[in-house]
Ligand binder design. Structure first.
Ligand code: SOE
Length: 382
C-alpha cells in the first residue's frame, strides 16, 4: 500500500522553466513532493528558482543530473532536447518524467525504450489527459465491456493560441519541435487517450495535413507558450513548415475505426479535447471543457449524464480524485494525479495507468506514419 509519505520522501528536479515546467512544480508540491532543483539556460534557472522558491538552480542540465538531492528528473524543455536529456538522466540513475512528444523521431524514442529496459528505472511520458477522472472511468468501462465491443471513436483536439500569423512559439519550428506540430503537440494527447481507453494501439492511419498560415511573422525575441502579442513587438517573416490542422482516419488493433480532427487555429477553442466512444451496447462522450460530466448514449432508453465522484459516474478514478462532486477537477489536477501514479510506481506500486516510454515511442511512430500517409495520400501502417 502506497502512502503519501512514501512518495513524499522522493525529491524532484525540473529541467525547463517555460509554460509547463511551473505546472509540474505546482502539481508536485500539491502532492507534498519537494522540488529541490531547477534548470534552464543562462539566468532563466536562477530567476525561476527565486520565483518558485526552489533551493538549487543550474544553467547546465548535467549539473542537475549530478545533484544527489534529485531522485526524479522532469524534462519540460523544447522537444529537441528530450532524447539527450532522457538518456543522460537514466544513465545518471534517475527516474524520469518527460514531456510529450517523447522525442523528435523513432530512432531516438527506440533508444530511450532500450535504455529504460537496461537501467530498470521508472520512465513516464506526460500524457496527462489519461488522468482526467472521466478518461480513467472510460478506460475502466471499456475494459469491463460495459460499452460492448467498440465500433468507432470520434473526436478532436482544438486550440486557438496559434490563430494569428503573429502568434509564435518554438513549437512552430521543426528544428525545435519536430516535423509535425499540431498533431505531435496535441493530436498525440488525443491518440494516446483513445488508445488508453480502448486498450488498443493505432495500427494504421490515413492523414491530411494543412498549414493555414504559410508564412508567419516571428516576434524578435523568445515568446512563452500561450503568451499574448504585444503592440510594440518587432517581427521577422518566415515560411511555416509545420501543420496548423490535420484530419486523420485511424484503425485500431482491436478492429475499431476512428476519426480525429486537430487544429491550433480554431478561434474560440482554447484547449478543447473531445472524445466519443461508440460501442455495440452504448456510447460515451466527454469533453475537456466540461471535465466533470460523462455522457452516455442509449439507442432505446434515455441518454444519461453522470457527474464526477457520484455513484452514477463509477469508481474507475478512485484514488485519483481528491475533491467531492461539483468542485471541478481539471487540467492542473491531471498533472497531480499522473505524478501520484508515477511516484507510486517509483515507491513500489505500479498501477499500470501512466504512459511509459513504450507508449511515448508508439505515439512518435504514429506521427511518422501520419507524415508518410499525408505524403502518399494513402492508408499507411504504423
Ligand atoms: C500547447 O499546445 C499545450 O501546452 C500543449 O503542449 C500541452 O500538451 C497541452 O496540454 C496544452 O497545450
Amino acid at each position: 500500500m502506497i502512502t503519501s509519505s512514501s512518495i513524499q520522501s522522493l525529491r524532484a528536479g525540473v529541467i525547463g522553466t517555460g509554460f509547463i515546467g511551473p505546472v509540474h512544480v505546482e502539481a508536485l508540491r500539491r502532492l507534498g513532493v519537494a522540488v529541490t532543483a531547477i534548470c534552464d539556460v543562462a539566468e532563466l534557472g536562477t530567476k525561476a528558482a527565486a520565483k518558485l522558491r526552489i533551493p538549487q538552480a543550474f544553467s547546465d542540465y548535467r549539473e542537475l543530473l549530478a545533484c544527489p538531492e534529485v531522485d526524479v528528473v522532469h524534462i519540460t524543455t523544447p522537444n529537441r532536447f528530450h532524447a539527450e536529456m532522457s538518456l543522460a538522466a537514466l544513465r545518471a540513475g534517475k527516474h524520469v518524467i518527460c514531456e510529450k512528444p517523447l522525442a523528435m523521431n523513432t530512432r531516438e524514442t527506440a533508444q530511450i525504450v532500450k535504455t529504460v529496459r537496461a537501467t530498470r528505472k521508472v520512465f513516464a511520458v506526460n500524457y496527462n489527459v489519461r488522468f482526467y477522472p472521466a478518461v480513467l472511468q472510460l478506460h475502466r468501462l471499456v475494459a469491463q465491456g460495459e460499452l460492448g465491443d467498440i465500433m468507432h471513436v470520434n473526436g478532436s483536439y482544438m486550440q486557438d493560441w496559434l490563430f494569428k500569423d503573429t502568434d509564435h512559439n518554438w513549437r512552430l519550428l521543426p528544428q525545435e519541435g519536430g516535423k509535425l506540430r499540431a498533431v505531435a503537440d496535441i493530436g498525440t494527447h488525443w491518440m494516446d487517450a483513445a488508445s488508453f481507453i480502448l486498450g488498443a494501439k493505432i495500427t494504421s492511419v490515413f492523414a491530411d495535413l494543412a498549414t493555414w498560415h504559410q508564412q508567419r511573422r516571428r516576434p524578435l525575441g523568445e515568446v512563452q507558450t500561450f503568451a499574448k502579442a504585444d503592440a510594440k513587438m518587432k517581427y521577422a517573416t518566415y515560411k511555416v513548415q509545420t501543420d496548423d490542422f490535420a484530419s486523420v482516419l485511424l484503425r485500431f488493433g482491436n478492429g475499431a475505426r476512428g476519426n480525429l480532427g486537430v487544429s491550433q487555429v480554431a478561434a474560440g477553442r482554447k484547449n478543447c479535447l473531445r472524445i466519443e466512444i461508440y460501442g455495440a451496447k452504448k456510447s460515451a462522450w466527454w469533453c475537456s471543457e466540461e471535465p466533470e460530466w460523462l455522457r452516455f448514449g442509449n439507442r432505446d432508453g434515455a441518454n444519461e449524464t453522470a457527474v464526477r465522484a457520484t455513484p452514477a459516474f463509477g469508481d474507475g478514478a478512485v484514488g485519483f480524485m481528491d475533491y467531492p462532486p461539483g468542485h471541478v477537477e481539471g487540467f492542473p489536477d491531471t498533472f497531480k494525479m499522473n505524478f501520484r501514479a508515477i511516484y507510486s510506481a517509483i515507491a513500489g506500486t505500479d498501477n499500470g495507468l501512466y504512459a511509459t516510454a513504450t507508449d511515448g515511442h508508439q505515439e512518435v511512430a504514429v506521427c511518422e506514419a501520419i507524415i508518410r500517409s499525408h505524403q502518399s495520400q494513402s492508408w499507411t501502417k504504423v
